[in-house]
Write a protein that binds this ligand. Sequence first.
Ligand code: ZN
Length: 277
Amino acid sequence: MLFRAKGQQDETEEARLSPMAEPTKHEERKGMAANNVLVVSAHAADYCTRSGGTILNLVQQGFSVHVLALTCGVRGESGGYWKNNPEGSYEACSELRKRESTEAAKTLGATIEFLDWDDYPLVIDVERTRYLIKRVLQIRPEIILTHWTVDPTNPDHANTGNAVVMACNSASQLGALPGTPAHYYPNIYFFEPTVPMSEFNKFDPDFYVDISANQEKKMQAIAKFGCQPQLGDFYVHFAKHRAFQARIWTKLNIEYAEGFKRFVPYVGKGLPITVRS
Ligand SMILES: [Zn+2]
């Protein structure tokens, strides 16, 4: 389901879980699975702050990027809303977060889908994991961006990363969704855990993406998240930090970067070459 702003009604949990569910418009307009990128985000803004520059790069390279926002982060990542609306409601906050996140995704050139699961804590049970398996099998992404699997400073993030790995593992098995071909293990890249706690969360990137050309656009997207006004400062600081590290390896004039850890090992007849110029 794409966001309701497109005039669609929310699906029931039953419909979401049905293996016979119709492909969404998102899948229909995808002719080439190898061009699909799936981003799985625990909360409303995570995908944008941690991988917004990379999403912009990928879209400009011809990839089609779809975001799955498991929750809107109403309980744990909407402090600005609750500060300004002490008498506010879960529903009103949720709708506001969806509007913000939809605007941000549009700025990045991605489509977005909200699952409306609850956050803090985000619990991903068997039924929800099966839904993720189904979406992987429908979208059949070449690349998945999601949360690092170790994040004691934010268990919602770690739960998401681990559920995505489990979903990809299951989706690669024939029979995961009867009547649907298995999907190969996509290239999973974990993005930054809770900033600025990367060391505490044992995250050391092995991939750096130069987002300098798209940093300004990424900041325009982050600015949509009025409920989290602190994000801009956090992620400018961190993008500079990752760029500082990336420059050590390339000597290129990288001003802003995003860091990732690769899950699926690289397989090829050659070896990946770090860009020098
Ligand atoms: Zn989050």
